[in-house]
Design a protein around this ligand. Structure first.
Ligand SMILES: NC(=O)C1=CN([C@@H]2O[C@H](COP(=O)(O)OP(=O)(O)OC[C@H]3O[C@@H](n4cnc5c(N)ncnc54)[C@H](OP(=O)(O)O)[C@@H]3O)[C@@H](O)[C@H]2O)[C@H](O)CC1
Ligand SMILES: [K+]
Length: 513
């Protein structure tokens, strides 16, 4: 699914109107009726007081349409026009007239107005600003928003939580409506997925408003959602006449005294993701524990006892994942940089491999083109430097991926993949996955997919999707707190089964939260 920009939303609007030969108010009617239908299906005529706050643009127009339908269905409705500008949109005015035709006269709020009383059992429809917000709300509008937030009433925001920009972080987070539910039109917005802005709309749903399918197909989105629908386009189920050689040989290099478990998790995850053969390469201290716990994995050791002092030529393995639990001591740094210099094909670099590169920025050119880097935010900061806010972070990640011709997988609540000037936002996963070893599992999974011949970008996308899905399936049994990396590995099988079979009941990527 595409994440559109502001210009693309407006263009989708125009294209829909011209393709259907309808006026703007007809599309507004259709969009806002979907919002009304959603609410009516849940309220079922309950006698709760509904307070509709409308701006004076098209988002406000949507609010007026919802208010009219609520009145027509017998709800108790108070309508407020938040009069922040003299420039009313045409479709707002059309719907204001229609509302007045129902003998409903809204109350106008401006700078001097007292704040309306809202009981905690009420429902607020927030239609003050939509995607048109382009500057901070006036102080009195910010006060009104804070008042709505503190009312305790249930808040349904239309299209955007008012006060939230589409493309930047709000100057004053207290002046953004905190939506209990956000019903957004046509496509999700990038802000829903970023930590600083996603908090205003943790529960959202996309409403299809019959937008022009031709435009939606052809629009080139800078960001895309990674969901089941997307990864199924390149997932390759196994074929009958294949053998283990068909599925490649993955080499996982890492580990140090006390951190052999990181390699064990990655190697196990590579196997569970379908690699035909897996070799783990660890310092001597890791030999016995790995051999004892992973009978399917071949173990190779390097001369150092507690850390790598040199790293082997890759040999028969086709694909390498390196860095988990490896340490960053001087000998490891030297061994790793020398090893990287010799690598010609894409590798997966994780954890300490990234930390070593951050210590040696002049050696970043040694990363083979098409390699996959999987930093968590701390590792990313060491690689690209600090960022001002979440949008700056995206920009820096895109620039880094472009400059080093690599695929950057930035781990987080919504893991994001950056490659070739584009961003991909993962939709699977949950807070239980913020647990020791979860990243090692992801690295192992992606390495296992690379070994099977997936293109690096596909391996990264399929890996983050399956990893998150395995985490969701695991957490459905354990809850968030008890979810462990081992449990995530155990759930990879079910994530694959769902990919080739029917979707899980909770797999809808037109909703979040
Ligand atoms: N296809 C769709 O998605 C549909 C969307 N609809 C709805 O339309 C809005 C977008 O409507 P728009 O009128 O463009 O914008 P807003 O309603 O969000 O804002 C109105 C104007 O307010 C001005 N503005 C911006 N920031 C501020 C501020 N801080 N203080 C005061 N005024 C502000 C700005 O105009 P300027 O000329 O003053 O810059 C805005 O244009 C979308 O979100 C949907 O809800 C349609 O209903 C149908 C289909
Ligand atoms: K809104």
């Amino acid at each position: 699914m595409k994440i559109l920009s502001r210009e693309q939303f407006y263009e989708a609007d125009r294209r829909t109107l011209s393709a259907e030969g309808i006026p703007g108010e007809a599309l507004m009617e259709r969009a806002a009726t979907r919002v009304f239908d959603w609410l009516h299906a849940r309220l079922e005529g309950a006698p709760v007081p509904v307070f509709v706050f409308c701006g004076v643009g098209n988002n406000g127009g949507d609010g007026l349409v919802v208010a009219r339908h609520l009145l027509d269905h017998g709800y108790t409705v108070d309508v407020f026009v938040v009069d922040y500008s003299q420039a009313r949109s045409e479709d707002f005015l059309t719907n204001l007239k229609r509302l007045k035709g129902r003998k409903k006269w809204p109350e106008y709020l401006d700078q001097g107005s007292p704040l309306p009383e809202i009981p905690a059992n009420g429902v607020i429809i927030d239609a003050i600003f939509g995607i048109g917000l382009n500057r901070p709300p006036d102080p009195w509008v910010a006060d009104l928003i804070r008042h709505l937030n503190s009312s305790g009433a249930f808040v349904l925001s239309i299209d955007m939580p008012s006060g939230l920009y589409l493309h930047r972080v709000p100057e004053d987070p207290s002046a953004v409506v905190g939506a209990d539910v956000l019903l957004t039109f046509m496509a999700p917005k990038l802000v829903f997925f970023l930590p600083q802005t996603g908090v205003f709309a943790e529960r959202w749903e996309v409403l299809d408003i019959g937008q022009d399918p031709v435009y939606m197909e052809e629009a080139e989105a800078a960001y895309n959602l990674v969901g089941r629908e997307m990864v199924r386009t390149f997932y390759r189920p196994r074929t009958k006449f294949s053998h283990k050689g068909t599925y490649g040989h993955a080499l996982v290099l890492g580990g140090s005294h006390g951190k052999i478990g990181a390699v064990a998790l990655a190697a196990k995850a590579a196997l569970a993701s379908g690699a035909g053969l897996v070799t783990a390469c660890v310092p001597e201290c890791g030999y016995v524990p790995l051999q004892a716990q992973l009978p399917e994995v071949m173990v190779l050791t390097t001369p150092g006892f507690s850390e790598h002092t040199e790293l082997p030529d890759v040999g028969a393995a086709q694909v390498c994942g390196i860095g988990m639990g490896m340490g960053t001591g001087e000998p490891v740094q030297k061994a790793f940089l020398a090893w990287l210099e010799k690598m010609q094909t894409p590798v997966l670099l994780d954890a300490d491999a990234l930390n070593i590169l951050s210590l040696h920025p002049a050696d970043l050119h040694r990363i083979p083109g098409g390699s996959i880097l999987t930093p968590h935010p701390g590792e990313l900061k060491r690689l690209v430097g600090p960022w001002k806010d979440d949008f700056d972070k995206l920009e820096k990640a895109l620039v880094f991926a472009g400059a080093h011709k690599c695929i950057l997988v930035v781990k987080g609540a919504h893991t994001m993949v950056f490659a070739q000037g584009k961003g991909y936002v993962n939709t699977t996963g949950n807070p239980g996955m913020a647990t020791a070893g979860s990243g090692d599992v992801l690295s192992g999974m992606i390495t296992g997919l690379l070994a099977q011949g997936y293109e690096p970008l596909q391996a990264a996308l399929l890996g983050v999707y399956l990893h998150g899905r395995a985490g969701d399936l695991g957490a459905s049994r354990t809850g968030y707190e008890a979810l462990t990396a081992t449990e995530i590995i155990s759930s990879i099988s079910q994530a694959f089964l769902e990919l080739s079979g029917p979707a899980g009941p909770d797999q809808k990527h037109t909703a979040g939260g």
